[in-house]
Each structure stands twice: as C-alpha cells, then as structure tokens.
Design a protein around this ligand. Structure first.
Ligand code: GLU
Length: 327
C-alpha cells in the first residue's frame, strides 16, 4: 500500500473549529503513512473561507495535532521552503496559476449568480446540476449586460468533456465523467476568493506532495484535480481515500455538532495514545484498540498491506475505548 519512493505527504485542515474524530483519523493516517514511507510531512491550513476560518481555530488545530502526536517538517508555525503554508496568504501563487490556465484556454468567466444557477437547475433532485453547456450559454447571454452593470464575474475551469480514471491505493480505479458529475469548477469567486480546486492543486504541486491521503468524500474531486494539474504541468499524486467517520445515524461528523470534537473528547478524559490505538484498530491495522505510541502507529502503517475502506459508525463503545481511565 505504501510506496517507499514517496517523498512528501500532507494534511490540510480547515481551521473552522476543533477537529473531530474523523479529522483526527485522517490526520493520523496521512502522517503515519508519510512517516512509514520515510517522507516529509507538510501541514497546510486550508483557510480560504475567511467567513468560517478564524485565527483562534488555527492555533487550536496546531495544538490538537501536536497533542495527537503528529509532527511536521513544514507548516504555518515552522515555515519551510514553500512558505506561506496558509492558503489565505497564497493569492499570488493562485493568481499566477489562474493566468496560466487562462493562457491555455481553459478558463471561462461566469456571470451567473447563485440564484440564476439554482433556477436553471430547477431539477427534481433539488441541488444545482453540474455547471455545463446550459449554464455556459446562459452566462454568455447575460455577460454584456452584467459587465455594463459593473458586476464582477467568477472564473471557472472549462471542462472539455473529459472522462478521467484515477487509481486509489485502497479503492482501486474510478472513472469520473467530469462534465456530467462535477461540472466546470469555480477557480475564482465573484467575491474575490480563490476556489478550493485551484488552491489544492497548486499547493500540492508546489509543495512537492506526491501522495494525498484524505477522506473519500473527495475521491471524485481527485479526477478533477488531476485534470487541472495536468494543464499546469503537475504530476498526479498517488491517492489514498480513507473511510469517513459517521455518527450513529450515519451522518458524517461535523465540527458544529460538537460531541465528537477533540475539544469535547479531551474534556472527557480522552487520551491521544488511545485515539491512535482506536484509529489503527478501525483501519484494520491492529486486532484490538490498545494504546499506541506515535512510533508504534507508524510501524503499523509500515507493515500494512491494505486498510479497511468502509465508513466507521461511532457507538458509545468507541467513546469508552478512547477515554479509558486506566491509560
Ligand atoms: N481542507 C479540506 C478539509 O478539511 C481537505 C482538502 C484536501 O485534503 O484536499 O476537508
């Protein structure tokens, strides 16, 4: 599963609150896999969303990751050759990439508002359909008028009907019809914020990341990111998309519903060694959820030939496992 030739891994949290147990699993796996491969490990703050990201959460995330036992060679608090490590400070890099995509003929202005888009999509399933031919046409139809009105356009990546197959180390191959499933992604928003798809691709490329370990909710995006990266001359990283952690109703954990955040778990006496043991056990690396040191966790990843891929549903039992007072 792990390639000893890998040279750089990363964890890219959004500082919007205390990390929950699902984030902890992703962070420990991304770090453990990078270290097991003998690779560098980069910590990058995905803090583009200035509405939801806050400096106090940024500090909180750094503290929580250190508490979990992670260390990083480069990051917002340590600097490094690819600084800055906060996306909110990397506009220059994103602007340059956007320029190159435009020169390559792969961007298009989008003059539609969110309201326009949802009206166009008045589809029965009720969520916006992928941005495609119909939307492009509607945007072109209003472009002149809106420009005259002084409105600013968003910029989107222009898909060319691509289908792309990505190989995940755990999950095998998946072919994504980018236009039908995802649509032209936003690279630059009307409010001046750069898009996740652009920022992630550029950062991973510039920081030398050659394997990406994250939740499988982003597996479909991998095909899109590889496509955008290709236009920019980026080599596609290896992908490892991890199971998600869900609550007893099967809903993905959220930082807003606080009961499974590290902040709440620590207040209930959770130990980092037990969380490491729980993560190893849930991923199928160990038969029991006994406490593990950071070094022992790395060793488990190094020995692993595969990992579990199904989502992890939390029960009261899990809480007991990570807060056992005897440790
Ligand atoms: N910042 C994203 C998140 O917290 C992760 C992005 C990625 O790993 O590509 O979900």
């Amino acid at each position: 599963m792990i390639d000893p030739n890998w040279t750089c891994g990363r964890y890219a949290p959004s500082p919007t609150g205390s990390q929950h147990l699902g984030n902890a699993l992703t962070a420990l796996a991304a770090w453990g896999i990078a270290r097991a491969a003998g690779a560098r490990f980069v910590l990058r703050m995905d803090d583009l969303d200035t509405q939801r990201c806050r400096p106090e959460y940024d500090r909180m995330v750094l503290d929580e990751l250190a508490w979990l036992g992670l260390d990083w060679d480069e990051g917002p608090d340590r600097g490094g050759p690819h600084a800055p490590y906060r996306q909110s400070q990397r506009s220059e890099q994103y602007q340059a990439a956007l320029q190159r995509l435009t020169e390559a003929g792969r961007t298009a202005q989008c003059w539609l508002s969110r309201k326009d888009l949802s009206e166009l999509a008045s589809a029965p399933h009720g969520h916006p359909q992928p941005y495609g031919p119909q939307e492009r046409q509607a945007s072109d139809a209003v472009a002149q008028q809106r420009q005259a009105d002084g409105m600013a356009p968003a910029v989107r990546f222009r898909l060319n009907g691509e289908r792309r197959t990505v190989q995940d180390r755990l999950r095998g191959a998946r072919t994504v019809d980018l236009e039908a499933e995802l649509g032209d992604p936003v690279l630059y928003r009307r409010d001046g914020m750069f898009g996740y798809q652009l920022a992630t691709v550029i950062d991973d490329h510039q920081m030398g990341v050659d394997h990406v370990v994250r939740g499988h909710d982003l597996w479909g995006d991998a095909a899109l990111q590889a496509t955008v990266g290709e236009v920019l001359g980026a080599r596609e990283p290896a992908w490892v998309h991890l199971p998600l952690v869900v609550d007893s109703e099967g809903t993905r954990l959220s930082k807003r519903r606080g009961e499974w955040t590290l902040e709440a778990l620590r207040a209930q006496g959770a130990s980092a060694a037990l969380i490491r043991g729980w993560v190893a056990n849930q991923l199928g690396l160990t038969p029991t959820a006994d406490a593990l040191s950071p070094t022992a966790l790395i060793a488990r990843f190094a020995q692993a030939t595969t990992m579990k891929t199904h989502d992890i549903m939390l029960r009261a039992d899990d809480l007991a496992q990570i807060t056992r007072s005897s440790h």
